[in-house]
Design a binder for this molecule. Structure first.
Ligand code: FES
Length: 112
């Protein structure tokens, strides 16, 4: 069961749009063809898209315009894909953003 506006006065009825299936972390979901991956996940109640590399805190949509990279996920094996900008397609295999190399080094060990 998704959480969506099903009949918008400007955007039209959701029944007019093609539904596609995809997986996120090996669980199957449904979304609208061409909508941003982040929107499809949000409509399915998924708010945590990855975890912070150093603090492991949950991360999700922040700017929703492609600037912050907080929403990055792995799509069909490609890491670092911004889910707020990437259109959903049938059969996509999406995983939480993997741990990428951290830009912040732990300098404390070097100073000891
Ligand atoms: S939410 Fe900021 S880049 Fe996607």
């Amino acid at each position: 069961m998704t959480q969506r506006i099903v009949d918008h006065p400007i955007l039209g009825s959701i029944e007019e749009k093609e539904q596609v299936s995809f997986t996120f972390n090996e669980k199957e979901y449904y979304g609208m063809n061409g909508e941003p991956i982040a929107a499809a996940l949000l409509a399915n109640g998924v708010r945590t898209l990855r975890h912070h590399e150093e603090k492991a805190t949950p991360r999700g949509i922040y700017c929703n315009i492609g600037h912050c990279f907080e929403c990055r996920v792995t799509v069909d094996g490609k890491q670092g894909v911004r889910s707020c900008l990437t259109p959903l397609q049938e059969g996509m295999v999406i995983e939480s953003g993997g741990t990428l190399p951290t830009p912040v080094k732990d300098w404390s060990a070097k100073n000891e």
